[in-house]
Design a protein around this ligand. Structure first.
Ligand SMILES: [Zn+2]
Length: 242
């Protein structure tokens, strides 16, 4: 009897002293786990009549159109698809306590690529997540990849390395969730939105709208949820929560 009593006391104490359970696969992440984090979500493209060029980087003389229209699939245009996924991601991150900045919440392109980067910079965002879908050279090309800034123009200490680390974790989790082909993380020095960022920034190409099979998946609520799950898990893993 006494032995059993002490065993109960010991177990209760062990339970009380054990660290809080970590977010594991299948489990629900504790609320407010992202409290204090500022995350900028940029659903790429948008509708606009504005037409002008802007510098691809603060220190470059090269310019590119400030607004470009994206690709399209059978059901959605890229602009529509990334806005749907962006809003789902916004909701999930807010549920976890994060402060979320959206570069656009309507179909209109309110900001140019520079202005989208500046929004995150000026808010002192912890990271910026840019969402896109791709068009392939052939209809057979499929899969997900990530674009991150290179050190050619991005000189803010830590930004290139942290962007790459975040991109790898988010891509790994997105691929695990969706079963999409992993096309890897690529450094790019020609992307205005990446070059102007002074905070860690990743650009997720969620899949190819020119691949009929992948396009059909991308247009379903279930697949979009998987992408959002992958992004959230990647961000949590970046912050050391597994
Ligand atoms: Zn795009």
């Amino acid at each position: 009897m006494k032995k059993k009593f002490w065993k109960t006391v010991f177990l209760a104490a062990a339970l009380l002293l054990s660290p809080p359970p970590l977010f594991s696969k299948g489990a629900k992440a504790p609320q407010d786990i992202l409290k204090g984090r500022i995350i900028c979500i940029d659903p790429g493209h948008g509708l606009t009549k504005k037409k002008y060029n802007e510098k691809i980087a603060p220190t470059s003389t090269k310019t590119k159109p400030a607004f470009v229209s994206g690709t399209r699939g059978a059901k959605y245009t890229e602009e529509q698809l990334v806005l749907i996924v962006g809003k789902k991601l916004q909701t999930r991150l807010q549920e976890l306590g994060a402060t979320v900045l959206m570069t656009r919440e309507t179909h209109e392109a309110e900001r140019s690529n520079i202005e989208r980067a500046v929004l995150a910079n000026e808010a002192g965002a912890d990271m910026a997540v840019r969402l896109h879908a791709d068009a392939g050279p052939t209809k057979a090309v499929s899969g997900m990849h990530m674009l991150v800034p290179s050190s050619e123009y991005v000189k803010t200490p830590g930004v290139v390395a942290e962007s790459k680390k975040l991109a790898q974790l988010v891509l790994k989790n997105c691929v695990a969730e969706t079963g999409a082909k992993n096309r890897g993380v690529m450094e790019r020095s020609d992307m205005t939105g990446l070059n102007w960022s002074t905070v860690p920034v990743i650009l997720l190409e969620m899949g190819f709208m020119t691949n009929a099979q992948e396009d059909a998946l991308l247009s379903t609520d279930a697949y979009q949820e998987k992408i959002v799950n992958g992004i959230v898990r990647g961000i949590l893993e970046y912050y050391g929560v597994k």
